[in-house]
Design a binder for this molecule. Structure first.
Ligand SMILES: [Zn+2]
Ligand SMILES: [Zn+2]
Length: 315
């Protein structure tokens, strides 16, 4: 299960209702902050999430509306030691700009209050937990080295307890070993193979996050069968030409990608102040019914094939 919390959903500049790009994706004890637009630290506080374990930051690209909040975040960490270290993942261009911001402007020769690690990424695996992974993939936007991120639970074979009961396999280490794919010898001498008690492989939950992008054709593969796709939607189809010129998407384009990639749920973000939210939703839904527009502090739990909105304050 993954949880997604939207902290900022506005494009380019904040509005009275929307902060700049930032969201948290959580899996068990792991938390990843994706992008950190201006004002993100206050959004973190308002959300009730707190800074604890928020030590991995994935950056989609180096535009200011996605990175300026890192300066405020680090300057706060200079006063409070909330976390011990910070890992910032991103493409070279983004990391160079963030380095200038943090070391040139915020620190100006001072020692960082916490260990700040820059992790320059290439397309491919960037993080692996026990039962999930995070993969980076290239997206097309203005500037080089722009990335999206795919969060995927590993494929699992479910343990069929009925079958284990029928085979009179005792509870305890034998079942545990079978679950992890090992053959066992029971106390009565019978040998049991995992295939006898494990079901067909079941793919895990998949959440894909795409930040700013001007193209969808190259995203089909990475978005394929995602349970949730979070993607920018800066323009509406009436201004498709402008979307193209600035390397952004229209709501229709994002929705068409969801259709083509067989995505189950689509969440649009990076919303421009020039449109009414309901017009963005209407355009997306005319192409893909399971579309919605994220608002700041929207929170979702995503399990294979299912997405449920939850209230952060009653967590
Ligand atoms: Zn942006
Ligand atoms: Zn951008």
């Amino acid at each position: 299960m993954f949880e997604i919390v939207f902290l900022g959903t506005s494009a380019s500049a904040p509005s009275a209702y929307r902060g700049l790009s930032s969201q948290v994706i959580m899996h068990d004890e792991y938390r990843f902050l994706i992008d950190c637009g201006e004002g993100t630290q206050r959004q973190i506080m308002k959300s009730g999430l707190g800074f604890k374990r928020l030590n991995r930051i994935l950056i989609t690209h180096g535009h200011l509306d996605h990175i300026l909040g890192l300066a405020g975040l680090l300057s706060t960490f200079m006063r409070w030691e909330t976390i011990g270290s910070l890992e910032i993942y991103g493409g070279r261009w983004a990391l160079e700009r963030i380095h200038d911001l943090l070391f040139g402007v915020v620190l100006r020769g001072a020692r960082p209050p916490i260990d700040v690690q820059f992790r320059e990424i290439q397309p491919g695996l960037i993080f692996e937990g026990d039962d999930f992974s995070v993969t980076a993939f290239q997206v097309y936007h203005r500037g080089s080295d722009c990335f999206g991120y795919a969060f995927e639970e590993k494929t699992r074979r479910p343990f069929l307890a009925d079958r284990a009961d029928a085979l009179e396999i005792p509870h305890g280490p034998w079942r545990r070993d079978l679950v992890s794919g090992e053959s066992v010898t029971l106390p009565d001498g019978r040998q049991i193979d995992p295939d006898q008690v494990l079901g067909a492989p079941r793919p895990g939950t998949k959440v894909v996050h795409v930040g700013d992008t001007g193209r969808v054709e190259d995203l089909l593969g990475v978005c394929r069968d995602a349970d949730v796709l979070v993607i920018e939607s800066t323009y509406l189809q009436g201004e498709a030409e402008m979307a193209h010129d600035f390397a952004h998407l229209t709501a229709s384009q994002a929705a068409q990608l969801a259709v083509d990639a067989n995505v189950k749920q689509l969440i649009l973000t990076h919303i421009s102040r020039r449109y009414r939210e309901r017009d963005v939703i209407a355009e997306a839904k005319s192409v893909f019914a399971n579309a919605r527009v994220a608002r700041d502090f929207d929170a979702f739990q995503v399990r294979r094939g299912k997405m449920v909105k939850f209230d952060l304050q009653n967590r």
